[in-house]
Design a protein around this ligand. Structure first.
Ligand SMILES: *Cc1c(COP(=O)(O)O)cnc(C)c1O
Length: 434
């Protein structure tokens, strides 16, 4: 049997018609060179992870579970050495007790800032959940409640840094600058590590002791370099995104200067205890193994994002980033301008999932949103967005944010299934598919 014909039939048995399959194959054909370049980055990052594991002398003993206080948890301490080496930090805090990305960021901020200090975001509005951490939206326990003020300098309309504005915003009080690498769910461009380096150099030229923190969520292993290599003092992220490789069931990390990590550790546990406590509870092996797989998983997610951008761009939809631009995170936005198209897209992603493929996503009211939200996720780890997932608010311009995919072949299938749903509902211009 002809190999590609066998694959086509496999797709057909899963509900993908010939036209959609062939359109996908045509788009993929054009991406060969691009994918080869991604594979080079992955090769580099895979070796970086192995090198870090060898340097830290990872052994089978590291995978043992601890409970209770977790004193002398060898596996936990070694993993933190691996993260420090891999991301070029002096020290690291990598814990299942850090519940999510927002928690890791809150921990980093609340532990480095003191009453009277000011926090600066020189890259515009931060990720939604940070609004409550900072106190932009009032919340219990926010930085604002502790007397820590906040200033924001927006990016210029072309997405570049407002250097004049930043210079004017930095004062005696400015203690820490928070720099979000990924655009998150905004429409600004994602920052490259090189751009982050330029911004940090500028900030330090104005005020050498300013702490530069990078929200690294969705950015890990997308490039060869990470922000600590271009002058950041600490990077912060979630283990149910890129660095957990889809295997970590929970967790967050902070890597960077010894003092930053120490401060965070004393805040996470207790003054006097710091990094010395915190049992790993049997999840530590998945942290190691997930980090080991992370460069490949990020590669799969990036291929999926680029494939989706090219599919939907060819069909006349607005896509951010576009089909050809360079990538600095794993998020892909597709704007449909029609609620039905957005819903069909999400239903396709859900229908292609290994878990919960039989459920139909419906738009729903969610706390913190001013419109209904639709979400598609059929994940092994609940809420994991390194697994193939899509969501967006049901309001104009009807944009879906799409990310993840543990394997390229699953991401590819998910995207074709999203197109299949649009195709069946006559929501795409079929003439553009030939
Ligand atoms: C996901 C994300 C966060 C918050 O992480 P949660 O794990 O959802 O709390 C913060 N910043 C950015 C840029 C993110 O992508």
């Amino acid at each position: 049997m002809n190999y590609s014909e066998a694959i086509r039939r496999q797709y057909e048995s899963l509900g993908i018609c010939r036209e959609v399959y062939e359109f996908g194959a045509k788009i993929e054909e054009k991406l060969k060179e691009r994918f080869d370049t991604l594979d080079q980055v992955t090769a580099f990052n895979q070796l970086k992870v192995i090198n870090a594991m060898q340097k830290a002398k990872v052994s089978a003993e590291c995978f043992q579970s601890t409970s209770g206080y977790g004193y002398n948890d060898f596996g936990r301490d070694t993993l933190e050495a691996v993260y420090a080496a891999c991301f070029h930090g002096e020290d690291a805090l990598v814990r299942p007790q850090i519940t999510c990305g927002t928690h890791a960021l809150a921990l980093a901020l609340l532990s480095s800032l003191r009453p009277g200090d000011e926090l600066l975001s020189p890259v515009g509005k931060p990720y939604d959940t940070l609004e409550e951490v900072i106190g932009i939206r009032p919340s219990k326990g926010s930085l604002a409640e502790y007397g820590i003020s906040y200033r924001q300098v927006d990016l210029l309309s072309d997405g570049s840094f407002d250097y004049e504005g930043i210079r004017a915003a930095v004062s005696e009080k400015t203690k820490l600058a928070t720099i979000q690498r990924s655009k998150g769910y905004a429409t600004r461009p994602t920052l490259s590590v090189t751009q982050i380096g330029e911004l940090i150099s500028f900030l330090k030229s104005i005020k050498p002791d300013i702490i530069c923190m990078v929200d690294n969520c969705y950015g890990e292993f997308v490039e060869e370099k990470e922000p600590l290599e271009v002058g950041a003092d600490m990077i912060v992220g979630s283990l149910i995104k890129n660095p957990g490789g889809g295997l970590a069931p929970i967790g967050g990390y902070i890597v960077g200067k010894k003092e930053c990590v120490e401060n965070a550790a004393y805040r996470l546990t207790s003054p006097g205890l710091g990094k010395e406590v915190g049992a790993s509870l049997g999840v530590i092996q998945s942290f190691y193994q997930g980090l080991f797989l992370a460069p490949s998983v990020v590669n799969a997610a990036l291929k999926g994002a680029i494939f989706a951008a090219n599919i939907y761009e060819t069909l006349g939809f607005d896509v951010i980033p576009n089909g050809t631009e360079s990538r600095h995170d794993i998020i892909q936005a597709v704007t449909f301008h029609k609620p039905e198209a957005m819903i069909s897209f999400c239903r396709g992603i859900q229908a292609a999932a290994p878990v919960d493929s039989f459920v139909t996503p419906e738009p729903w009211a969610m706390p913190g949103y001013d419109s209904d939200v639709i979400m598609a996720a059929g994940a092994f780890v609940q809420g994991s967005s390194i697994e193939l997932s899509a969501d967006g608010p049901l309001k104009p311009p009807y944009s879906v944010y799409f990310q993840g995919g543990l394997t390229w072949h699953h991401a590819r299938f998910g995207i074709l299934m999203s197109l299949q749903k649009l195709y069946e509902q006559n929501l795409v211009n079929k003439n553009l598919m030939w």
